[in-house]
Design a protein around this ligand. Sequence first.
Ligand code: ARG
Length: 280
Amino acid sequence: MTQTIEDRGLRTYKSAKTRHLLMCRPTYFDVTYSINPWMDPAKETSADVGLDQWKRLHDLFVALGHEVELVEPVPGLPDMVFSANGAIVIDGKVLVAKFRHRQRADEAEAYVDWFSFGGWDEVSQAEYVNEGEGDFLLAGGEILAASGFRTDPRSHDEVQEFFGRPVLSLELVDPRFYHLDTALAVLNPGEVMYYPGAFSFASQALLADRFPDAILAHEADAEVFGLNALSDGLHVMLPTHAVGLAAHLRERGYLPIGIELGELLKAGGSVKCCTLELRS
Ligand code: ARG
């Protein structure tokens, strides 16, 4: 009798898809203000360590065959390394963010310029507060959208209209997980992992209904930003300390790759925050 791969205890692996990503070198990285509970300006930070950690992530994406583009960092905008917040890009259409806090407001202009000069012809700026892929994640045909701390719930309709895709509105309730991408990661079109405690009860029910097979993260993994992960369909880049999630991912046929981004975590960001996906 022939043995299947599973009979022999081997896993069937998922498959990777090449991504087009936008990143921003943390040349001016620092924590000079506090707009989330992770940020403490009294703590020492090092732009050099941040740069070194960021470069490893960048080089890993390149080594895995992903196409990485860079937007020039702007002095005086220390959070610009978190390019996920700059825009939402789907079907070649670009909706540039509108930041909630004045400390980050000027980043929007850098993204408008980058996309406009880069030949993206449908570039608009959000009317309502909208922190880009920090709060909007494409999961198959639909867009998961969050509000609660940053993004204005009115922007969920704006995004639905702009991209012509259905939006599932979710509410974040734990200030440690102030952006959707700190509480939920899309692994493949219909597959996600998330930390239920970050969401309101109503949103938890919506997620359970939509993604019955989701990987549910424990608080310990969520607290080390394990959900701030980037999946290419097979490899899942996530913070090194999220060991519980890494084990779950392996069981499901993913290849988790731990990344040390402790310096950037002092600003409340990790792998996904440093990465904006460009979908043409
Ligand atoms: N310090 C930044 C802020 O509070 C971190 C942004 C993290 N980005 C993200 N996509 N979650 O805005």
